[in-house]
Design a protein around this ligand. Structure first.
Ligand code: OFO
Length: 172
């Protein structure tokens, strides 16, 4: 059954937001690497990969439904921050924005009674809870060490361990 136009449009917008998120985190990767924080840079590189996988999951879902993704222009992103705390404050704000956005997409799915999309979106709802919790915990740790000194060095080392695992294929 063809997808409702409003549903299709907002899913396409969400693909754009996920790619924008990837772009933003890649820019943070560049900034953090330039500040000699390879661990935090790695964290953002993984975050970039995660966001691309979020975009692809929606892209593939549209194909599965017999629709086609429309890839719109991706807005330019910030290129500099004050320090790692500033980076993670921005990240936290951005993730909260994405959570609200997913909620809106789900709202439309309910409005047009698209039960398959409601089901698919559950993965994103869960993912956002996890993303917000992770970012907020790193932000709190950074604040605890005032974003500098030995604490920062240790935390940066820990961030080096993060690896990309594609969780988009897992069931909710
Ligand atoms: Fe796609 O979860 Fe972050 O933005």
């Amino acid at each position: 059954m063809a997808m409702n136009k409003k549903m299709l449009d907002i899913l396409n917008e969400q693909i754009n937001k996920e790619v924008y998120s990837a772009y933003l985190y890649l820019s943070m990767n560049a900034y953090l690497a330039s500040k000699n924080l390879p661990g935090f840079a790695n964290y953002m590189r993984v975050q970039y990969q995660e966001e691309m996988s979020h975009a692809l999951k929606l892209f593939d879902y549209l194909l599965e439904r017999g629709e086609k993704a429309i890839l719109a222009e991706v807005a330019a992103v910030k290129v500099a921050w004050m320090d790692p705390i500033d980076v993670f404050e921005d990240t936290y704000e951005h993730e909260k924005f994405i959570t609200r956005s997913i909620d809106e997409v789900l709202g439309v799915a309910h409005e047009v009674k698209d039960y398959a999309t409601i089901n698919m979106l559950q993965w994103y709802i869960n993912e956002q809870v996890e993303e917000e919790a992770n970012v907020s915990s790193i932000l709190e740790q950074l604040k605890m060490i005032e974003g500098k000194g030995t604490g920062l060095f240790m935390l940066d080392r820990e961030m080096q361990n993060r690896v990309f695992v594609d969780s988009t294929q897992a069931n909710v």
